[in-house]
Design a protein around this ligand. Structure first.
Ligand code: SF4
Length: 537
């Protein structure tokens, strides 16, 4: 039995018409990862339900039988470092890496997903078309617009698609720089009738997405995923998951969540509730009550994210009964001042109470998630984190306690987009590790070096395309990026420019022409609110 035959579909694909558009929809990683992405599932099923599209799937390890002459090749990109796999797949399909080198007979290469919506510029040279924002209406608009120019040449197709809201055609925008190593001077469309600004699309319905396929080959075996909320109303100032997808939207309990859950639980007993802040759904308690009914007694429940002050004993009990042993909550820091900087509305008492409730409800472990190098953070804030972890350990003895910790990475469209990575984060992570291990608290740092690379791609511009290609040749390591920067010295800005420098708020950002929900002036206001708590003030 092939991997594809083991899938249980929760939608009905239609038979493609004779003249349907041959489309390859790729995930630039292995099947098990791709099929666990709700975004990938939804886009694939949207295409599969259109009779004018003949979609086939491609992963890095397996594929369906591909068309000989695809007209469209799409990528769902949800992890920055998968760009290497995009290059590999393009080469396997004998498609030039650079959009400008493609001919009429090559497919249009399009992409979407969180990485490209946040900042597509480092990958802009490799895509013909980028879809910005929620797929709900955008995918159909894209295919409908493509149908209108299907017989035209590449030049005409791209110009036509550029006029559809949310569709970005990178090659139709020219970026100029102050000098090779300097900031961006301007980003302008190359022709007067190409829109100056591309607005990310926002879906405003109250039916959110749910899995369209369940398979034991998924990374979370047999999971059925339901999107409970989209975005997060908390607006922590570093948080892409909140700012990029605003406004906060909640799925209707009766029209969306319950029907979706009933449908999914007919084929599996593993349910994942997804969203940046699931427990903030206004009817979350009712949802838990619904899942407590006897017919769902065997359901294994996973929750993507829990807000600290929503960890009640009841929630912990429900999760414990549903085979969940541990919960993860993001606290960011043990320092009240740092939490004010990032707008995390949370006190140490609430964090301690969450652990107490988790234990009382029968959970075995709690994982906190924090960051080092948050703007304005000082060594004494790190000490505060250690003190807080000790207090939690004392208040909930026997509960397995872990602190996962990453480095602050600036993200586009957030109030901290102008701030660089603090190089001291590396030492601070080491310090936390030493001190917490001494106290018997499990500490799991994320690699500082990879955070640097994430920041590079997060704030990169088009000049990075040559760097990414070189890096790939040198191998998949942080050292490869450094080597590539050395080789390109004088031709592109250095690593510090992209990663560590604080940028002026007047500077033209790489995503200047790609608008998200909030304008820069609002982000500046939010930054100024954070700035009130910086040490110099
Ligand atoms: S609570 Fe979590 S998801 Fe919400 S804004 Fe803060 S970090 Fe982002």
């Amino acid at each position: 039995m092939t991997v594809f035959n083991q899938e249980r579909l929760l939608f009905t694909p239609v038979n493609p018409e004779n003249n349907a558009i041959p489309l390859i929809f790729a995930f630039p990683n292995q099947y098990t990862i791709g099929i666990t992405s709700l975004g990938y599932q939804i886009v694939w099923s949207t295409f599969a339900m259109r009779s004018d599209v003949n979609v086939t799937r491609l992963f890095t390890d397996i594929q369906e039988p591909l068309p000989r002459c695809p007209e469209l090749l799409g990528f769902s990109v949800s992890w920055e470092l998968d760009y290497i796999n995009i290059f590999n797949l393009l080469e396997t399909l004998a498609i030039p890496l650079h959009s400008k080198a493609r001919e009429d007979y090559h497919p249009l290469v399009f992409g979407g997903g969180s990485v490209l919506t946040a900042n597509p510029e480092p990958l802009a040279d490799f895509f013909d078309v980028i879809l910005l924002g929620d797929g709900e209406n955008l995918l159909d608009s894209f295919i409908d617009a493509y149908q209108e120019v299907r017989q035209a040449n590449r030049h005409t197709k791209l110009r036509h698609l550029a006029k559809v809201p949310g569709i970005y055609i990178p090659s139709l925008y020219e970026v100029t720089y102050e000098d090779n190593e300097g900031a961006i001077k301007s980003i302008e469309p190359i022709e007067p009738d190409i829109p100056k600004i591309v607005q990310k699309q926002t879906y405003r319905g109250n039916t959110l997405s749910a899995s369209t396929v369940v398979t034991e080959k998924a990374a979370w075996e047999n999971i059925y995923m339901v999107e409970v909320v989209r975005s997060c109303p908390e607006m922590c100032r570093f948080c892409l998951a909140s700012y990029l997808t605003l406004p906060f939207r909640t799925a209707s309990l009766t029209e969306s969540l319950i029907p979706a859950i009933d449908k999914g639980l007919k084929v599996t007993n593993r349910l994942g509730l997804l969203g940046a802040s699931v427990t903030q759904h206004p009817e979350f308690e009712t949802l838990l009550d619904y899942l407590s009914q006897p017919q769902y007694q065997d359901v294994r429940l996973s929750i993507a994210s829990v807000r600290t002050n929503t960890v009640t004993e009841k929630l912990a009990q429900t999760l414990a009964k549903r085979d969940t042993r541990s919960i993860t909550i993001a606290v960011e820091s043990g320092s009240e001042r740092v939490r004010k900087i990032v707008n995390k509305k949370l006190s140490n008492e609430e964090i301690i109470q969450a652990a107490v409730n988790a234990k009382a409800g029968g959970l075995k472990a709690i994982k906190f998630y924090g960051m080092a190098g948050i703007p304005g953070e000082e060594m004494e804030d790190i000490e505060q984190t250690i003190i807080m972890m000790e207090a939690v350990k004392k208040a909930a003895p026997g509960l397995r306690l872990t602190l996962g910790c990453s480095t602050f990475v600036p993200k586009s469209h957030t109030p901290f987009q102008w701030l660089g990575v603090n190089p001291q984060a590396k030492t601070r992570l080491k310090y936390l590790e030493k001190q917490l291990r001494k106290k018997g608290i499990d500490f799991r740092p994320e690699s500082y070096n990879w955070s640097v690379i994430q920041a590079l791609i997060s704030r990169g511009d088009r000049r990075l395309s040559s760097l990414l290609q070189l890096t790939r040749e040198y191998g998949d390591s942080v050292g490869s990026y450094k080597r590539a920067f050395k080789q390109l010295r004088g031709k592109i800005p250095n690593l510090d420019f992209y990663v560590h420098h604080n940028w002026s708020q007047e500077q033209i950002l790489p995503w200047h022409h790609l608008h998200s929900t909030l304008p820069n002036k609002t982000l500046i206001k939010h930054f100024q609110e954070a700035n009130r708590y910086f040490p110099q003030n």
